[in-house]
Design a binder for this molecule. Structure first.
Ligand code: H79
Length: 473
């Protein structure tokens, strides 16, 4: 593709001012939080794993297929607790291989891993003294996969963390249950579907959630992140503070994601599922995202994203200041679907060459490259539609800019709004780092490129500046 990149760029560069959405939490007020976050802000790319009993029905129940996210099957099919419990007696993922999973994360260039220790269905994927509805006590498998994974990650210096559904629990008396309305779900007058779900939320919170979080933070070595989800309206300031206290007491370095509930108590903000902000965003934030259209395994979901798209999303997110937590959904035997593995390895190979421009990199000093707000079209909220551009992105390190070119321009790449004097520029794909020809006139820089892109996904041009001052925004 040979787009008229120069013209596009100049228009893009004219639009360098924009207001980034302020972070929801006052992350920079707390020096301890800053310290806890240091490794995470370097890491940029993590593996999310959704694995639980829902991997067995895999999107189908009693001959009927359910649309949407597979880990919600118990809710969608209103499966009585006694029936859902039967899945545990069949759960025997003999092909589970913690070493292989951790190795996949490493091959993909992921620096941390977060796995569902308990999803909304209430089933603990770890050995729990609190509740017998867990993988060690209720399945023929009997192993604690979390122990094995924690060890496999530690071996590879991959930070290990747990997802824990703190509010919703469809199996414990008193656990919260999502209540509509939603385009995909009715507004249940009472969202419960089994008398065994009746109960008081504090009983669930005090007798299951808090004790299980204690177990997770006591029995698995260092836990780098505890990833809470869907606080609904039940996790208020007071309940959130009690969870925070447990986390800080047991593992002071453990990060808390942005879906705890209560105000300003998380370490970083969580964007919506699969939501990437249009523009750059200050503060620490993360986009959790799927490889296909489900988190938990579904046998009929083959709607895989392309590795080019995943690479673009990673670069896009990093250039806007965020982290990318990308999910795999292993099946009921413990196998991560092959298309997912293949794609992640493609991203990993790209990172082997270009990782310098991702890990520890700062966000773009420009902004126009992200796209423009349409003057005529509106989105579904009636606001001007953001028309994203995918031609190029920029990340930074002190004294350096990295230009990620997703569309290879003919001849020259031209940038405007550049501060400082360029000393040299080269392709990260070139092991010799042969200097490219650069001309600079004030804030205009023009870089002469070879005819052919060295990388079919994105080629990265490193641009170095005279002073070591950060080019970061
Ligand atoms: O763990 C993954 C999801 O299961 C979880 N967050 C990610 C990380 C999640 N919980 N809730 N939601 C996402 C959004 C809820 C969507 C819903 Fe629906 C819409 C619930 C009811 C209507 C989709 C359609 C699920 C059930 C019906």
């Amino acid at each position: 593709m040979n787009a008229p990149i120069t013209r596009t760029l100049l228009i893009a560069m004219a639009l360098t001012t924009f207001s980034a959405t302020p972070a929801q939490t006052d992350q920079h007020q707390d020096p301890q939080r800053e310290e806890r976050l240091a490794w995470w802000q370097e890491a940029k790319f993590g593996m999310f794993i959704h694995w639980g009993l829902y991997a067995l029905p895999a999107g189908e129940w009693k001959g009927q297929s359910y649309s949407g996210i597979g880990e919600w099957i118990m809710y969608k099919a209103r499966i009585p607790l006694a029936e859902y419990e039967q899945l545990a007696t069949q759960f025997n993922p003999v092909k589970f291989d913690a070493e292989a999973w951790a190795q996949l994360a490493q091959d993909a260039g992921m620096k941390y891993l977060v796995i569902t220790s308990k999803h909304h269905d209430g089933f603990a994927m770890f050995g729990s003294q609190t509740d017998a509805f867990n993988i060690v006590d209720a399945t023929p498998f009997k192993r604690d996969p979390m122990k094995e994974l924690a060890a496999a990650c530690a071996k590879r210096n991959i930070k290990f963390g747990f997802y824990y559904s703190q509010a919703q629990d469809w199996h414990a008396p008193g656990g919260a249950i999502w209540q509509g309305p939603h385009e995909d779900a009715p507004a249940w007058e009472n969202p419960r579907w089994d008398v065994r779900q009746e109960g008081d939320f504090d009983t669930y919170f005090n007798e299951k959630a808090i004790p299980q979080v204690r177990e997770l933070l006591s029995n698995y070595g260092p836990v780098a992140i505890i990833w809470f989800d869907t606080p609904l309206n039940v996790v208020n300031v007071e309940r959130a503070a009690r969870l925070v206290k447990v986390v800080r007491e047991l593992q002071p370095n453990c990060l808390i994601n942005g879906r705890l509930g209560g105000e300003n108590q998380s370490d970083y903000d969580s964007e919506g599922d699969n939501a990437i902000p249009d523009l750059s965003r200050a503060g620490a934030w993360e986009t959790p995202a799927t490889l296909n259209d489900t988190w938990g395994f579904k046998k009929n979901d083959h709607h895989w994203k392309k590795p080019e798209d995943l690479t673009f999303k990673l670069v896009d997110i990093v250039s806007k200041g965020g982290n990318y937590l990308l999910n795999v959904g292993p099946d009921g035997e413990g196998v991560i679907p092959l298309p997912g593995c293949d794609m992640l390895r493609v991203v990993g190979r790209w990172l082997k060459v270009n990782g310098e421009a991702i890990y520890g990199a700062g966000r773009s000093p420009f902004g126009g490259e992200f796209g423009v707000f349409s003057k005529s079209k509106t989105d579904r909220h009636g606001k001007p539609l953001f028309e994203a551009r995918r031609t190029w992105r920029c990340t930074t390190k002190p004294g350096k800019l990295y230009l990620h070119l997703f569309t290879w321009p003919t001849g020259k790449f031209e940038l405007t709004g550049v501060k400082g004097a360029v000393t040299t520029a080269y392709l990260l794909a070139d092991p010799q780092r042969t200097p490219l020809q650069v001309t600079q006139t004030g804030e205009k820089v023009s870089i002469t490129l070879p005819e052919k892109a060295p990388d079919t996904i994105a080629s990265v041009v490193a641009v170095e500046f005279q002073n070591q001052e950060s080019q970061e925004k």
